[in-house]
Design a protein around this ligand. Structure first.
Ligand code: FAD
Length: 341
């Protein structure tokens, strides 16, 4: 049962004694900085994200773009900032649960909050929602045969290069991810064909030059017409979307990199006060639910500014107020890290 009014739910049984001080939903820049801050305040911290990799919008939407307004960096490539944020966050050993989407938020009679994902129940004293524009999920390839062969040769993420060892691989997409994987999987795949529905790629110029000088076969403007195979992927039929000319390739794997869609979905059902800008918060990043905070793009303060830098400040505020919430003797202001570490 979803929480709808912040009141305790007697139907939720305790599922274990591993209760975290704070659980942060979302491993974008806001959640990662929040996890670091929570660790610095000696809070037992958990971080959950729907995607298999941390970084939120930076990793999913613009990994190769330069960011010019990240504090301390005159310019930095988005994926490098994510790497550094992750390095900063994990020094306190938070539990990191990736590939898990939080579906419900409930409260037990003793006040413990319960987050239920598609994989587990997570018990926690406080929650900081850093869910950005919502949980990201990859856009699916829309062609006959694809849904039947998902997991049997059709991939949306690279969890390890070994899955493509010795394979005839088709990569679909025209952005940075598709081009980067076409370059990075050359040392393991037997052959790589990259198709894109437009003639122009949307990737970093230097990557496109590298791609054009590589052995990768590039086909544009091509799309997938259908895939087939007996229990596992064997063939793909492609078509030129201008001439309608078709070709069939023998392939063992297709890696689809055609973007992500974001959806705040279940968060709307948790009993939080929202408006069209996001979750309403006060200047301590408190929501209407006790012990539940929001920060970053999902938080709707009076004036809303969706910037990485804004998220950092909000995450620090939310975590420090959460610390005081679970331990009223602890001050909200943590002091300075330069004096503590
Ligand atoms: P996000 O980055 O959106 O991360 C939220 C995370 O929460 C996601 O990983 C998502 O999967 C996860 N999540 C959501 N719901 C759930 C759930 N139910 N369960 C589990 N996980 C969940 N800002 C700048 O300051 N400078 C820039 O130069 C800049 N350039 C940009 C360029 C582009 C193309 C875009 C799209 C944005 C840019 N931004 C920039 C904005 C910046 O990326 C965002 O402000 C920032 O990513 C917000 O961080 P966040 O952590 O709050 O949310």
């Amino acid at each position: 049962m979803d929480q709808t009014d912040g009141a305790p739910n007697p139907n939720i049984a305790r599922t274990g004694d591993d209760i975290f001080d704070v659980t942060i939903i979302g491993a974008g820049p806001t959640g990662l900085f929040g996890a670091f801050y929570a660790g610095m305040r000696t809070m037992k911290t958990k971080l959950i994200d729907a995607l298999p990799d941390p970084g939120g919008q930076l990793a999913a939407l613009y990994p190769e773009k330069y960011i010019y307004d990240a504090p301390g960096f005159p310019k930095i490539v988005a994926k490098d900032l994510v790497k550094l944020l992750m390095e900063q966050a994990v020094q306190w050993n938070p539990v990191v649960c990736l590939n898990e989407r939080v579906q419900t938020l409930d409260r037990m009679e003793d006040g413990t909050l319960v987050l239920t994902t598609d994989k587990a129940k997570h018990l926690t004293k406080t929650v900081v929602i850093c869910a950005g524009v919502g949980a990201f999920a990859p856009n699916k390839l829309n062609a006959p045969g694809v849904s039947e062969l998902e997991g049997e040769g059709i991939y949306y993420f690279v969890k390890g290069k070994a899955a493509f060892q010795g394979k005839n691989l088709l990569i679909v997409g025209g952005g940075d991810s598709a081009v980067d994987w076409a370059l990075n999987l050359q040392d393991v795949a037997k052959s790589i064909t990259l198709i894109h529905r437009r003639d122009e790629f949307r990737a970093h110029e230097s990557s496109i030059t590298e791609l054009r000088n590589s052995p990768v076969t590039i086909l544009t403007p091509y799309e997938v017409k259908q895939v087939s195979g007996d229990g596992k992927l064997e063939q793909v039929t492609l078509f030129d979307n201008k001439t309608k000319e078709e070709m069939t390739l023998d392939v063992d794997a297709i890696l689809v990199n055609v973007g992500f869609k974001a959806d705040i979905g279940p968060i709307r059902e948790w009993g939080l006060e929202l408006d069209k800008r996001g979750i309403l918060v006060n200047n301590k990043m408190e929501t209407n639910l006790p012990g539940v905070f929001a920060a970053g793009d999902i938080a709707a303060e009076e004036v809303k500014m969706n910037l990485i830098a804004t998220g950092y400040g909000q995450a620090a505020m939310a975590v420090n107020v959460a610390k005081h919430y679970i331990d009223p003797k602890a001050s909200i202001f943590p002091g300075h890290s330069s004096e503590k570490m």
